[in-house]
Design a protein around this ligand. Structure first.
Ligand code: HPA
Length: 238
């Protein structure tokens, strides 16, 4: 069966999926971390793969950037392809001075300036939060792997280029660790479907210090997130 944005067999996806924004990162995860990999979809070059990690079926697929794009893919994965555990692995811009470049954040929750939840949920607010069991498994996995993590809140913004500079101060005051562009939607859609979700993000640039990482550094830190995500799945499936 094909959906409007995914062309795959009904059973093509595993219950657990790693979701980078960039589809080439999905290929990188599949080739570097999974075994017995098959490419399962390539509509609009939004590549998806399924393989195994330590014998457990795992998929990976790009979401694109931003809540509208991620919402399309996540909705179809949840509604039509039986995905039950979603782990975003991506980058973020540091907001808090407590987080440094290349630090890894496990997102307990995500606020947003997007109106998509209010549109979907009758004008009401929903508190998008990670699944606790999955968050705990990821925190344990990170500590087994000797990778330090922060656990805190993100801000999921519709704007990468936000010229309203006071927003940074506001989010700092609220203790928000970093900004990215997808988590509030992924957490909400997963909750609505009774599925588990978690975002693991690495600080790739910092809004306070204005530092940026090179693409090589991003690759290295990306490996850490993939390992945490896969080991968390392994813990839950053992
Ligand atoms: N803003 C939004 N999303 C991001 C950023 C940012 O500065 N860095 C990485 N993802």
């Amino acid at each position: 069966m094909a959906t409007p944005h995914i062309s795959a067999q009904d059973d093509a996806f595993a219950e657990s999926i790693l979701l980078p924004g960039d589809p080439l990162r999905a290929r990188y995860i599949a080739e570097g971390f999974l075994e017995d990999v098959t490419e399962v979809t390539a509509v609009r070059n939004m590549l998806g793969f399924t393989g195994t990690y330590k014998g457990i079926p795992v998929s990976t697929m790009g979401t694109g950037m931003g809540i509208p794009s991620a919402s399309i893919y996540v909705t179809e994965l949840l509604r039509f392809y039986g995905v039950r555990r979603l782990i975003r692995v991506g980058s973020c811009g540091g907001i808090s001075t407590d987080v440094k470049m290349r630090d890894v954040i496990l997102a307990i929750g995500a606020g947003t300036d997007s109106l998509t939840n209010r549109t979907r949920y009758n004008g009401w607010d929903y508190a998008p939060t990670a699944n606790f069991e999955l968050l705990r498994a990821a925190a344990d996995a990170a500590s087994d792997l000797n990778i330090q993590t922060h656990v805190g809140n993100l801000h999921s913004s519709d704007l990468f280029y936000n010229t309203y500079t006071d927003s940074l101060k506001f989010w700092q005051r609220m203790g928000v660790l970093a900004v990215e562009m997808e988590t509030a939607a992924i957490y909400s859609l997963a909750a609505e479907a009774g599925a588990q979700a978690l975002s693991i993000v690495t600080v790739s640039d910092h809004l306070v210090t204005e530092e940026q990482t090179s693409s090589e550094e991003r690759e290295r830190t990306f490996d850490q997130m993939a390992r945490i995500a896969l080991e968390a799945i392994h813990k839950l499936e053992q």
